[in-house]
Design a protein around this ligand. Sequence first.
Ligand code: FMN
Length: 559
Amino acid sequence: MTTVDTVRSKHDNGLGFFAWSHNQNQVWKGSLDCISFEQGAIKDKLLALNKPCYIVKVAGKIGVTNDGYLSPLDQNTTATVELLLSVPPLRIQQLGDPNFLTFHGVKYAYVTGAMAGGIASEEMVIALGKEQILSSFGAGGLSPDRLESAINQIQQALPNGPYAFNLIHSPNEPAIERRAVDLYLKYQVRTVEASAFLDLTANIVYYRAAGLSLNASNQIEIKNKVIAKISRREVATKFLQPAPARILKELVEQGLISELQATLAAKVPMADDITVEADSGGHTDNRPLVCLLPSIIALRDEIQAQYHYEKPIRIGVAGGIGTPHSALAAFMMGAAYIMTGSINQSCVESGACEYTKKLLAQAEMADMMMAPAADMFEMGVKLQVLKRGTMFPMRAQKLYELYRAYDSIEDIPLAEREKLEKQVFRKTIAEVWEGTAAYLSQKNPEKLGKAVNNPKLKMAVIFRWYLGLSSRWSSTGEKGREVDYQIWCGPAMGGFNDWVRGSYLSEQNNRHVVDVAYQIMTGAAFLYRIQSLKIQGLQMSDYYSQYHPVHTANFSGLI
Ligand SMILES: Cc1cc2nc3c(=O)[nH]c(=O)nc-3n(C[C@H](O)[C@H](O)[C@H](O)COP(=O)(O)O)c2cc1C
């Protein structure tokens, strides 16, 4: 271990690279030939993360090497090379919580979050899973048949994982949530990403408890892992605690879980991991990560002190992660893992159409805005979408304003209605209602009955036709409807585009999810190295501290 001397002397190599001398209780030993003094070569040495990095001074010049070794200073040593600073090797597996890696059987503390409607596609989950990176399939909004087919395809490609499936809370349609749980239990899907929960439901408790048993050593075995995505302390609390006794009792009474499972469920938390979601694409509370993460970590600590779980719950982060810098910031704040979302939608493997990916690749930080959400339209819930290149957010906002201002479609002034029919729906309101009624008569006759007798609800149902379809148009690439594409996206996309500008990743056809994950994690490890050198007193120009993605044909197993 070297320590920074209180009285330091400055060394300058003339390349914008200054270092402060260390308290020298060690010397560097090795061949002078392996020391680099030239800019490009120095950068390469800093980038060699799997090797240590020694900053040395030879004949008044500062150089960098990855070779040689440190040895204790003894009286007889007369070193021609002065050791200024050193940093150890840094593998990207070292970022985050090592327990996350073992628990999920993954290589990196990096996860890709679910994106509804299969935008987080089978292809995406499989590509990442093959590299031992956890990815959550976007089950939200898909039919049970489509979900079942995704489970089959993913399990066939990844018989030993890793993969996760999204279990999204459906407040209005609990049957949908239940059907997903039934499929996950039937096919032994062992990891779910639970999201949009405001409170625990019997469905998520059923999934968790049904996977509990005692092993031969009488220890609780958790087969069904839960990663809960939250943005509020109240909801985090529910997942940090064991399942409520009331729900467990009901499940036992219904014969869905055993008495033993109910007893075990009272001893383990509802989730193994909590993803704290800050300002993200899609549904978001727009909270800043720097405020939210410490608060949830403190909450976890409080609850851990109360329950003394054998395996403490890990806290990861999502929302705004799109660069090595944001990834490193999250790890340095104590995140056990990072989750990305928006940036993956622009990748080759995403279920979004080409046109959408192109818009995403051009997006800048300020090109996003909050727009009314289809699922909770009447409640005024909003989600974060792309505004550049699409009229969706403005049109959806207009629909919400009309909904607020009038009690029925008929109350809306004729001129406004005509505008809606011509510009937004491109159909008459009567035609939209006819189509919607036909759909609801199949899917939700009860709702149809209510809408027929409630003009305000009927208006909401008509407006939601547009809000629902606009997401699908962005996935299927509906021609002629480009201006109406609803594209969920957060500022992370703009951050990513800024970072990759001028590199091969600026072209969306080069964006592969595995590569993006690798570049972000490698960049984060590199920036960590740079920051630790800076903290020790090394001053360097921007040239050395920037990490630009460089195409690596086959990075698998490199680091
Ligand atoms: C297009 C899109 C669809 C999403 N759909 C879902 C979803 O169905 N379920 C879910 O839990 N999260 C969903 N998310 C959130 C992501 O899983 C992830 O948590 C979030 O995007 C991370 O923040 P970021 O967008 O800033 O990277 C979605 C995000 C996007 C961009």
